[in-house]
Ligand binder design. Structure first.
Ligand code: GDP
Length: 359
């Protein structure tokens, strides 16, 4: 590279975030709230709805988080939330033997506390060594709670009565105690110095948005501090991803909704996809993204794009995809040896089979 050529072939990608927790503790509501806040705060087009995922860019996070986030402190581009919550999707979604999600939010209802699926989720996070934070949700249901929509937790906490604060504290310490029983040293997030050693607990309400600024700030901080190196990718390199779902789409045949976590996929790429019996070798026919709502009339729900880079959610239309499987790897061949790429996909499929057998 000459002195004048400052292009960097590597780039930092968006961390992929999964939301786990017991049924009814508020996973879907929390994702909806984050999406909703991002849409309200965002200029048109700044928040992008991906296939199966929602990208919340750093500038939107910093607007939502207000004083909590100085965008100059970060160089990761934002967060990509997988839209399907729950640990079934978490366990089936793999990347190169690890979890597809780089980081997770474990949602716990402050009133209901730890429940069987909370414990299951913790076990999965432990085994996959996925860093996570706990969202202690539904703080607005503490009796006597006085809601302050979308504010950071400290602001709303300070304005509650002593009795309400005491009730919330009790619930939060119970959650911290439960985490400790499971072998995780945890504390309220503002007391945590080292998020690699301690789990941060963030009090939130998916209903009122209280604490959501804190949640996004902590996720961003955790990613920036401890995962930056893992986020370095070769943006122009051949894409690598995981199939979220296999779907029939009118006019396109069988398609695979894919989360790309490395490199780039282009509309004229050859790809290898994990199949029921053997790796499927095929050529991309179209790369599809959701069309912005305003543009949907009689046209397709999707718009074709020429190229996407990690991390993103994209629908891939191609022939021969009928045997593709959710959770299977997708690899772009481009200028590499086809047999080698097939071997890589086969090796990843074998890994998945072993993991599934162990569960
Ligand atoms: P999931 O099964 O974990 O995805 O839970 P949902 O997001 O579907 O939420 C279950 C129920 O709890 C729904 O009726 C939500 O409206 C409600 N809920 C979720 N979060 C909150 C919250 O922060 N406050 C209150 N009051 N209700 C909530």
């Amino acid at each position: 590279m000459s002195d004048t050529d400052t292009r960097d072939p590597t780039s930092l990608r968006t961390p992929i975030v999964a939301v786990l927790g017991h049924v009814d503790h508020g996973k879907t509501s929390l994702l909806d709230k984050i999406r909703g806040s991002a849409v309200i705060e965002g200029e048109a087009g700044a928040i992008t709805q991906h296939i199966g995922a929602t990208a919340v860019p750093l500038d939107i996070i910093s607007t939502i988080a207000g004083d909590l986030v100085d965008p100059d402190d970060f160089d990761l581009p934002g967060l990509l939330f997988i839209d399907t919550p729950g640990h079934h999707s978490f366990t089936t979604l793999r990347s190169r033997g690890g979890a597809l999600a780089d980081i997770a939010i474990l949602v716990v209802d402050v009133n209901d506390g730890f429940q069987p699926q909370t414990l299951e989720a913790l076990d999965i996070l432990k085994r996959s060594q996925t860093p996570f934070i706990v969202a202690a949700n539904k703080i607005d249901t503490v009796p006597g709670w006085n809601a302050h929509e979308d504010t950071p937790i400290n602001d709303t906490y300070e304005s509650q009565s002593d009795r309400v604060r005491q009730r919330l504290d009790e619930s939060l310490y119970e959650i911290i105690g439960n985490l400790s029983d499971e072998g995780f040293s945890a504390d309220l997030y503002w007391r945590v110095q080292n998020f690699q050693r301690n789990v941060g607990v963030v009090p939130v309400s998916a209903m009122t948005g209280e604490g959501v600024p804190d949640l996004l700030t902590v996720m961003m901080g955790l990613s920036q501090r401890y995962m930056k190196e893992e986020m370095e990718i070769d943006v122009a390199g051949p894409g690598v991803g995981t199939v979220l779902e296999v779907k029939e789409e009118k006019g396109f045949g069988t398609t695979i909704d894919t989360v790309l976590y490395d490199g780039t996929i282009r509309a004229d790429d050859q790809i290898v996809v994990g199949g029921l019996n053997e790796p499927i070798v095929t050529d991309v026919r179209a790369l599809l993204q959701p069309r912005p709502l305003a543009e949907i009339r009689t046209e397709s729900r999707f718009e074709k794009v020429d190229e996407v880079s990690a991390a993103s959610g994209i629908k891939v239309a191609a022939p021969e995809l009928a045997d593709a499987m959710a959770g299977a790897p997708v690899r772009v061949v481009r200028d590499r040896d086809l047999d080698q790429v097939i071997d890589e996909v086969q090796a990843e499929l074998a890994d998945i089979a072993v993991d599934t057998a162990e569960e």
